[in-house]
Design a protein. Structure first.
Length: 103
C-alpha cells in the first residue's frame, strides 16, 4: 500500500475523539450507579487501579469486560452503546469552529 494511502486511512481508535466519549460514558455510567471506583472494582473482582486505568484509556476493555462493567452498574450493553452513539452523533453534527489561517 502506498504511503499516501496509509496516511489517508482512519487513525487508531485510541487517538480518535470518539474514544474520549467512550471513556466518559463508562465513567458516567459508574457514577450514575452511585459507585466509587473502589466499589466497582470490588464488584468486578478487580483492583481500583484497573477501573482507573480503564476510565483513563490506559487499558482497553473487550466486549465482555464492557458487558460486565454495565451489569455491575445496573445497565446493559444496549443502553451503554446507545448513549455512546448519541454522544458521537452530537459531536459529529456540531458546527466546527473555524481556525483562522496564519498569514
Amino acid at each position: 500500500m502506498a504511503l499516501k494511502q496509509q496516511a489517508d486511512r482512519a487513525q487508531k481508535s485510541l487517538y480518535r475523539p470518539e474514544n474520549q466519549i467512550f471513556l466518559a460514558t463508562l465513567r458516567a455510567m459508574r457514577m450514575r450507579a452511585g459507585l466509587t471506583q473502589r466499589d466497582l472494582a470490588e464488584r468486578l473482582g478487580r483492583t481500583q487501579n484497573y477501573v482507573t486505568a480503564a476510565e483513563r484509556g490506559v487499558i482497553r476493555l473487550d466486549g465482555l469486560q464492557i458487558r460486565d462493567w454495565c451489569q455491575e452498574c445496573s445497565t446493559d450493553l444496549i443502553a451503554w452503546a446507545s448513549e455512546v452513539e448519541q454522544s458521537v452523533r452530537e459531536i459529529s453534527t456540531a458546527p466546527r469552529k473555524r481556525v483562522p489561517k496564519a498569514k
